[in-house]
Design a protein around this ligand. Sequence first.
Ligand code: SF4
Length: 325
Amino acid sequence: MTIRIGIPQSLFYYYYYPLWSTYFKETGCHVVVSNNTNKNIATRGVQLTVDEACFPVKIYFGHTENLLSRVDYIFCPRIVSIEPKEYICPKFMGLPDMVKAAFNHKVKWLTPTIALKKNCQQEHKTAFIAMARELKIDSKLAHHAWDKAVKAQLNYEKFLLKELTPNDALEVFSGSKTEKKLSNRDAPSIAVLGHGYNLYDPHLNMNLIKKLRDHGFNILTPEMVDKEIINQQSSKLRKRIFWTLGKKIIGSLYDFSENNRIQGIIYVASFGCGPDSLIGHLAEGYIRKNNIPFMLLTLDEHTGEAGVNTRLEAFLDMLRRREAV
Ligand code: SF4
């Protein structure tokens, strides 16, 4: 019988879905993705989680519940690090324990530890091959699936570098849209910075990217900048940033700003997020020094859309007036 693997459409889904889904499909599993975030998923996530968790983690619980009755396993990797000598927020280390505690024995779990320290590609592969053993998948098939998965991921990342957002790139990846360039370099650009799961979940951020595009702006995000450039730009800081996603945010900010690519910056933060409080502060210092229009949008389950719209419209009006002077 085909094994059904559930992938919550949340958190690192936006970074690694092509790798994960291709791997499972190529090993003969059936992949089930949770529904798009909606009011019910978000509300259930809030109800199922401790108050102290940030909103994106709460939403992850709603996505997990959404999958329970439809799958044999839920894939919830324990992500510690994806670059040498750097880390992902500690919430990701505890995530499998948190969701298992909430949903107990309602489903089986796949929770490989992703702690990439030296030879990242090899270590990543080892974690996935070990997971295949747990599923009793033939080792040769698992190795072949890994190669295919890496190719799919590299292709996806190429789309991001062409300035497609992950959501646009995933539509191309799934075949529901043909490749087309959705960014419009001629339009004035706004950098939207923050952790990917805040930027690309339209329910969580109240359709921020669509709203900005509808107002005629081109959107630039950290995922659209090459890794080498991120490393080079972020190394200008006096002290090295050891959070990989924070490094992406700072590196992309420097790059967009030095190349005069942006008219303004919107930083999307989660209420109560430790990394955001530090990275947001570093970003804001740089932005103020360089006199770039800036808006900080801090989101949680209590944020009202009307307030966001009003602030957004005021910010965009200010950008237009500045341009006209
Ligand atoms: S970095 Fe912030 S938003 Fe992301 S999981 Fe950690 S606390 Fe939550």
